[in-house]
Design a protein around this ligand. Structure first.
Ligand SMILES: NC(=O)C1=CN([C@@H]2O[C@H](COP(=O)(O)OP(=O)(O)OC[C@H]3O[C@@H](n4cnc5c(N)ncnc54)[C@H](O)[C@@H]3O)[C@@H](O)[C@H]2O)C=CC1
Ligand SMILES: O=C(CO)COP(=O)(O)O
Length: 323
């Protein structure tokens, strides 16, 4: 197998390491020349996945044209850069999309963006509860692999499965993508609750009511309920809302501690996708007449539109309604 991994952040590097763990030849494209050098010379990616030694079968490149001889590409760029990255690839290769977000300006899901950028490429989505550093260390992980073409989905699943890395098949691409995009925004909300000292009851309520928002929005966009309650939806929501290992949760924690969003978002090397997804999701939800009060609250905090106390009071003062 000759896989290519496009994007050498934490997740791309972890996936490259996992795929190569049984000796498969993996070519990892990195934007930064220093990452290419560090991977090839030191077998490390200290910029994005420090402390994880990479196997000898992972080779890095900064040249997209080298992906020509690959038979499968995993796309792991930040969501807002996916269109440009995919447009620069050799055409026609199967693409597995691993980024989580909704494109600003178009409100398109990553599969829709990739389809526009590479119309001849078959597309699958890989999404679930997967902290990169745990996957890279070989800890047990289950993940959704969604592909509209069931035969292709089965082939890809067989090729990427490893003893501790279990893909579960689905044909609901939209559902898998919406779970991964929305949970990042909800993780910011749970981080806010942590930072503001609101307690674990508040966190559990945000997870449940946030999941209701994810489900309403997902169903409106054609997702299936069972996908949203699976690994790529509820599974990833629970993971990301539970720990400062999540960049989105950590961002929210900073907001909850009263730090300005501009300060928290300035000069970041790593991506907190929820900050980009939140306003796009809010606008798409409003356009579809889907109520998403937790998402609205996160946007208000990210945009410094209201003080934290007001945002929390407004959520708690919403009219009482059936669950
Ligand atoms: N880190 C994780 O545990 C997981 C991340 N993901 C998703 O994977 C995607 C990538 O995240 P990470 O690997 O964590 O990234 P990261 O936060 O570790 O690194 C940032 C990445 O952005 C890239 N980048 C910066 N500017 C760019 C540009 N102009 N064009 C293309 N790439 C650019 C950097 O080269 C680097 O690869 C995100 O959508 C994230 O939600 C999904 C599952 C797990
Ligand atoms: O998507 C992830 C785990 O599944 C990673 O979450 P963060 O991007 O919030 O770190």
């Amino acid at each position: 197998m000759k896989a290519g991994v496009i994007g050498a952040g934490a997740w791309g590097t972890a996936l490259a390491q996992t795929l190569s763990s049984q000796g498969d030849d993996v070519l990892l494209w990195a934007l930064e020349p220093e990452v290419v050098d560090a991977v090839n010379r030191d077998r490390l990616n200290p910029l994005y996945l420090p402390g994880i030694p990479l196997g000898p079968a992972v080779r890095a490149t900064g040249d997209m044209a080298e992906m020509e001889d690959r038979d499968l590409l995993l796309i792991v760029s930040p969501a807002q850069h996916l269109r440009a990255v995919v447009a620069g690839l050799p055409s026609g290769l199967p693409l597995i999309l691993c980024s989580k977000g909704i494109e600003a300006g178009t409100s398109l899901l990553m599969s829709e963006v990739a389809q526009q950028a590479q119309p001849k490429s078959p597309i699958a989505v890989l999404s679930g509860p997967t902290f990169a550093h745990e996957v890279a260390r070989g800890l047990p992980t289950a993940i959704t692999l969604a592909c509209a073409d069931a035969d292709l989905g089965r082939q890809i699943a067989a090729r990427i499965a490893r003893p501790a890395f279990r893909p579960y098949l689905s044909d609901d691409v939209v559902g898998a993508e919406i779970g991964g995009a929305v949970k990042n925004v909800l993780a910011i909300a749970c981080g806010v609750a942590e930072g503001a000292g609101l307690g674990l009851n508040a966190r559990a309520s945000l997870i449940s009511r946030g999941f209701a928002e994810m489900t309403r929005f997902g169903l409106a966009r054609g997702a299936r309920a069972e996908t949203l309650s699976g690994l790529s939806g509820l599974g990833d929501l629970v993971l990301t809302c539970s720990s400062t290992n999540s960049r989105n949760f950590s961002l929210g924690k900073g907001l909850g501690e009263g730090r300005p969003s501009a300060e928290l978002l300035a000069n970041r090397r790593t991506v907190a996708e929820g900050a980009f997804t939140a306003p796009v999701l809010r606008d798409a939800a409003r356009a579809a007449m889907v109520e998403m009060p937790v998402v609205e609250a996160v946007c208000a905090l990210l945009e410094d539109a209201a003080p934290l106390g007001h945002v929390i009071d407004a959520l708690l003062a919403r009219p009482l309604r059936p669950e």
